[in-house]
Design a protein around this ligand. Structure first.
Ligand code: COA
Ligand code: MG
Length: 295
């Protein structure tokens, strides 16, 4: 099953109908209505009702409708979140603090049953796993291969720092191993990789853009977002520019010509080119196509 384009995924608290409605009008790739850490403990039941209503009543346009559950370590909450929202047929669920294949299997099982009961195509509701604990990072291999409907791995730097007793910094070196591991395992298993949110909502936009560009350079194809003003810069960073697309096309054309002449390695704009650079150019074109650009 091909995955939706997810360059920016905007979170909002599930008990905030106003923010949900606002999010639905912003043209963001994905909207994530949160039932986990963005909702106060005493407001979880109200949040479930608000999200259930929003799924039925709000038109989200081209935006994907996602719901973040509580983690399976809080199985009663997690199951209640699911039971209250599934009838609204969200496009997918985001499962936080995933630490094992069993965590994925639990929600995958509920989804399979729900799809049967409602007569929806098997596997049509997506799952995204957030890896944000030390154990989750250590178990990435089993997590990444845990279910067919798993479409993406997301990296959560704040929770990971809390779990590890690390200190968050702007550069993020404290989480670099995990950030690297999440994208590597995602790619090894054919999944999308989504980067941690940039939580300084008042910071200069250039800081967000630098952070997102670093993720993009590592192979991430999207980033979680927490404020409307983050959407446009993120969707831009994760969409190849016209110049990048043009260069990729010319590189591939040159490669085809060289191959036809029996030449495997050549120089292009002064640099050596062989197959890895061709694959990178193809990946630029496929990201452009995913963003709706004709290449
Ligand atoms: N989704 C939708 N709308 C949002 C939004 C979001 N995540 N964040 C802010 N807005 C709206 C506000 O409601 C406000 O709308 P208005 O102008 O129509 O009144 C407008 O955008 C400007 O918001 P602003 O005043 O700059 O932010 P704030 O101080 O109201 O809120 C946060 C700051 C961080 C509390 C808010 O951005 C937020 O709730 N973010 C998501 C947090 C979350 O879900 N965390 C869990 C996952 S990490
Ligand atoms: Mg978290």
């Amino acid at each position: 099953m091909s995955s939706a384009i997810r360059r920016a995924l905007l979170f909002m608290p599930g008990d905030d109908r106003k923010k949900i409605e606002k999010a639905s009008s912003l043209g963001v790739d994905s909207v994530i209505m949160d039932l986990e850490d963005g909702v106060a403990l005493n407001n979880k039941p109200a949040a479930r009702e608000t999200v259930a209503h929003a799924l039925r009543e709000v038109s989200f346009g081209r935006s994907e409708r996602l719901v973040r559950l509580n983690p399976t370590s809080q199985i009663d909450w997690c199951e209640e979140d699911f039971d209250h929202t599934i009838a609204g047929r969200p496009d997918g669920y985001v499962l936080p603090k995933v630490e094992s294949a069993a965590d994925i299997a639990t929600v995958d099982g509920w989804l399979t049953t729900a799809e049967q009961v409602h007569g929806w195509p098997h596997g049509s509701i997506a799952l995204i796993a957030i890896v944000e604990t030390a154990l989750g990072v250590v178990n990435l291999r089993e997590i990444a291969g845990a279910a067919k409907r798993l479409q993406a791995l997301a990296f959560g730097a704040e929770d990971l720092a809390g779990d590890m007793g690390a200190t968050r910094t702007l550069e993020g070196w404290e989480g670099f191993y995990a950030r690297s591991a999440v994208v590597t395992y995602a790619k090894a298993f054919g999944l999308q990789a989504l980067d941690t949110p940039f939580i300084d909502v008042k910071a200069d936009e250039s800081l967000l853009v630098n952070d997102a560009e670093r993720a993009m350079q590592m192979g991430y194809t999207g980033k979680l977002a927490i404020h409307p003003r983050q959407i446009l810069p993120l969707q831009q960073v994760f969409t190849p520019t016209a110049a990048q697309i043009d260069r990729a096309r010319r590189l591939i054309a040159e490669h085809d010509a060289q191959q036809a002449a029996g030449v495997g390695v050549f120089t292009f704009e002064g640099k050596m080119v062989d197959m890895p650079m061709i694959r990178a150019a193809q990946s630029v074109l496929s990201r452009a196509r995913a963003a709706g650009i004709r290449v």
